[in-house]
Design a protein around this ligand. Structure first.
Ligand code: KG4
Ligand code: ZN
Length: 340
């Protein structure tokens, strides 16, 4: 094997996606497999942590084998194992973390735990390796709505976050009330294309508040009351009106934060970044303010292990880090200046 060959196995199990990837050096993706448990959890209307853990236990070893085959390598070719260790659901995190540590121990290679939020930011590095920081990042998914200033990879300042529900979580809960299956974001996106966003003026909580925090639970409550009063309103119009509120809040806060921190680039990641209305609104607002807006491809925006391997490989190879095998899951970890 050539001496500069460096292969990282990435493992992601923080919520309901079981994902495994193999990355060469820092940005060359050889395999990225994602098994979504969404259908299993749909019958409960949301993620059931214990059910997620059990499915990770079954799926993860199979995905590791498949990823090795896809990358045409042997398990002992691996140079580093990187698993997500937080934030997320403790049981699911424990499955991926234990599997990763076990493999590192067995193979005699270093192990590194990855912060899931830092992973989302590294989706951008995979998509555009040459578009280096500084930039402002918006991570917006079912679990997070966070604005993070990135002066350089490995250095983060949390600028704002949701004080209650994440944007995707609010869309999923609203979808449930509208009778849409779980997760609802993509279907709300589709319905909204056919609806009129001006039919209902839902609130835009905290849109004018100082700072860059978000709030989405008031929007959810207001949709409940509206649906009770107007049970026959067209689903398309409700979806369009709800998205108009979410998109306006996300766009305004992200553009304002990017300007306040004097950044010229805004990077969006997380499942909600797949939203076409959000993409359009942010690209337009960015154009008006001289900010270039970057969306990694959808497969890198939603939870995946490619971004975890990329963050792990960076931390190990560039920052010289690794973790002891005593590393424990950190379900509530944030992303601060020290990366923790
Ligand atoms: O990043 P992700 O796969 O997992 C989490 O870390 O949560 O994001 C899933 C979230 C769900 O809330 C889902 O409803 C939302 O992303 N989502 C969307 C779209 N596709 C997925 N929200 C709005 N528009 C979409 N097209
Ligand atoms: Zn995520």
């Amino acid at each position: 094997m050539s001496p500069d060959r460096f292969l990282t196995l990435g493992i992601e199990t923080s919520c309901d996606e079981t994902a495994v990837s193999i990355l060469h050096r820092e940005t060359e993706l050889l395999a990225s497999l994602v098994y979504s448990q969404a259908e299993i959890h749909a019958q409960y209307g949301g993620v059931v942590p214990e059910v997620a853990s059990r499915n990770h236990v079954v799926k993860l070893p199979l995905l590791v084998d498949q990823a090795l085959k896809k990358a045409s390598i042997q398990v002992d070719d691996l140079s580093l194992i990187a698993s997500t260790y937080g934030p997320g659901l403790v049981g699911p995190l424990l499955v991926g973390l234990s599997h990763g540590k076990g493999m590192a121990f067995g193979l005699g290679v270093p192990f590194i735990g990855v912060n899931h939020l830092e992973g989302h930011i590294f989706a951008h590095r995979l998509a555009e390796p040459d578009a280096t920081p500084p930039f402002m990042a918006l991570v917006v998914s079912g679990g997070h709505t966070s604005l993070i200033d990135v002066p350089q990879y490995g250095e983060y300042q949390l600028v704002g976050m949701t004080v209650d529900d994440a944007a995707g979580e609010a869309l999923d809960k609203i979808g449930k009330m509208m009778g849409i299956g779980y997760p609802a974001g993509a279907e709300i996106d589709r319905l909204a294309m056919l609806g009129d966003p001006k039919i209902v003026r839902f609130p835009r909580p905290m849109i004018g508040s100082p700072g860059f925090d978000f709030s989405f639970s008031g929007l959810k409550t207001s949709v409940v009351y509206h649906l009770r009063k107007h049970p026959r309103e067209k689903q398309e119009d409700i979806a369009a009106s709800v998205l108009a509120s979410v998109v306006e809040i996300l766009t305004k806060k992200s553009i304002n934060a990017t300007r306040r921190f004097h950044r010229k680039r805004l990077v969006i990641s997380g499942g909600v970044a797949a939203n076409l209305h959000l993409r359009e609104a942010l690209a337009k607002a960015g154009g008006e303010h001289g900010i270039s807006v970057h969306f990694p491809p959808r497969s890198l925006c939603t939870d995946n292990a490619a971004m975890i391997a990329a963050a792990g490989a960076f931390r190990h190879r560039i920052l010289g880090e690794q973790h002891p095998l005593s590393l424990r899951p950190e379900p509530g970890m944030g992303l601060g200046l020290d990366g923790n």
